[in-house]
Design a protein around this ligand. Structure first.
Ligand code: MN3
Length: 254
């Protein structure tokens, strides 16, 4: 139970110092909601409270730290150009719609159909892109790690083994036509599920909470892997920081 940690996390969030780099420091600090129930469509708490103006989170590792699985140039472009672009365009959309500026990232995504039509597509693409990439960076690490505790138990129950989960993720990533993501989510029934979304859609738009996502846009792998998406997915899974994902899961199930 991490209730005692919550005030500090809130203070950190409100101070605007939160970055994905901080998020990914061993998965520390994914605090639970007091009296939380299993979510039906939400973001991990650290992302849920992010608000306008949004900022590009720093990484907790160097661009070349994941090579050769993911090369430094791909990491640099992906973070400093693609992710930065989602943040910039999300802010630009909200600049034009002040009524939405007080909404958290979670509110914008979960309630995407309530966002004014003039900026809805921009928020869907760029708010989703910001949330997706912030999670992506914080659940990979140069050495990877194994699942722990409740997540490990749930993976064993639902997928038989980590290899079983990885196989389901590889299938979802391979079957996504065009650009999108493969996900491990907590569904509305509180069960682990492997899903896939198109473009930058986030599972929170569909009543699910993302725990771990594999970016299968070509920009995530094309420099090094060209058309070999499967090779990239296999290499990415070697970097998966399941310890960080375990901490997210603990925060959600309380
Ligand atoms: Mn991407």
């Amino acid at each position: 139970m991490k209730n005692n940690a919550l005030p500090n996390r809130r203070q950190i969030l409100k101070s605007g110092l939160l970055t994905a780099g901080f998020l990914s420091m061993g998965g520390l600090g994914w605090a639970m909601r007091p009296g939380s129930t299993l979510p039906a469509g939400s973001l991990p708490l650290d992302l849920a409270d992010l608000k306008y103006p949004f900022t590009l989170p720093d990484l907790s590792y160097a661009y070349d730290a994941l090579a050769p699985s993911i090369d430094a140039r791909t990491m640099e472009i992906h973070h400093s150009k693609h992710h930065a672009g989602y943040v910039r365009k999300l802010n630009a959309a909200l600049e034009s719609e002040p009524s939405m500026q007080s909404k958290s990232l979670q509110e914008l995504l979960v309630e995407i159909d309530s966002v004014p039509e003039s900026i809805r597509t921009a928020v869907r693409r760029n708010g989703g892109g910001h949330a997706n990439h912030a999670l992506y960076w914080s659940t990979m690490s140069p050495s990877g790690s194994a699942p722990e505790g409740a997540l490990k138990s749930a993976i064993m129950k639902d997928f038989g083994s980590l290899e079983g989960l990885e196989s389901a993720l590889k299938t979802a990533a391979g079957q996504r036509f065009g650009s999108g993501w493969a996900w491990l989510v907590l569904n509305g029934s509180g069960q682990l599920e492997v899903t896939s979304t198109a473009n930058q859609d986030n599972p929170s738009m569909f009543g699910q909470t993302p725990l771990f996502g594999i970016d299968v846009w070509e920009h995530a792998y094309y420099l090094n892997y060209q058309n070999r998406r499967g090779d990239y997915v296999a290499a990415f899974l070697e970097l998966a920081d399941w310890k960080a994902v375990s901490a997210i899961y603990d925060g959600l199930i309380g």
